[in-house]
Design a protein around this ligand. Structure first.
Ligand code: ZN
Length: 237
């Protein structure tokens, strides 16, 4: 079983979990969603005048069981959308993800200190997954210490030392793999490279990532179960 944790492509085949990410606008409807998906307002496509209406649509669609994660959403210093507004919009995604107990898939470009600050101030407890990670070792270490998760993609196919070191050393349970918007690479290639760098077999890596995926995406179900157990009378008292 392969899991493409963050992709913009609609690819259905056996032995693949394809978590397709879609940007939500006012027109997106439940009937056009793929079987498993992640929804959010991508900062690149967020319109300053209509984002609140798009967000209202996200709030409705995000309740659907097929929506397994919130995002991609995040912060990008390379675009024109003001950073203050990007932070407000990301805060709304964090609140929604917390309410629904669904993980948050994050796009972050040159704004990691703002991202870490938000994680501290919001005291959010759901998993935050930084997708497409390829930054310096110091940033990687800082994010690890703040309990971020990672999704690695095409960058691990390169020989860039920081990302190669990150995928080789990251603890099991803290990462997943993705193809993002690349049509020219397959998730199988990314798995092969990750298995080689981590010095584990493909089969071992596959079963580890299935476990991580279930841990990250079944939070809402697990928490509902815990809440039920806690509300039952304690028979030993
Ligand atoms: Zn993406």
């Amino acid at each position: 079983m392969f899991i493409d944790f963050h992709t913009h492509r609609d690819r259905q085949c056996q032995n693949l979990v394809n978590l397709q990410t879609l940007h939500v606008n006012v027109d997106l409807q439940a009937k056009s969603l793929p079987p498993t998906c992640s929804l959010g307002l991508h900062p690149w496509f967020t319109d300053i005048s209509s984002w609140e209406d798009a967000y209202k649509n996200l709030e409705i669609l995000a309740n659907l069981p097929k929506v397994l994660a919130i995002g991609e959403c995040g912060l990008d210093r390379n675009i024109d959308l003001p950073m203050e507004l990007q932070i407000i919009i990301l805060q709304r995604h964090i609140e929604l993800a917390e309410t629904l107990q669904k993980p948050l898939v994050i796009h972050c470009v040159r704004a990691f200190s703002e991202l870490i600050a938000l994680k501290k101030t919001t005291k959010s407890v759901i998993p935050w997954i930084v997708h497409g990670f390829h930054k310096k070792t110091e940033v990687f270490q800082q994010l690890l210490e703040h309990n971020f998760y990672f999704s690695f993609g095409a960058a691990i196919l390169s020989d860039r030392a920081p990302v190669v070191q990150a995928i080789a050393t990251i603890p099991q349970g803290r990462f997943l793999l993705e193809t993002d918007d690349r049509d020219d690479i397959s998730i199988e290639q990314i798995y092969d490279r990750a298995a080689a760098l981590r010095q584990v077999s493909l089969v071992t890596l596959q079963s580890q990532l299935v476990e991580t995926y279930h841990q990250l995406t079944s939070l809402s179900r697990i928490n509902r179960r815990i809440a039920t157990i806690h509300s039952e009378p304690n028979l030993t008292e």
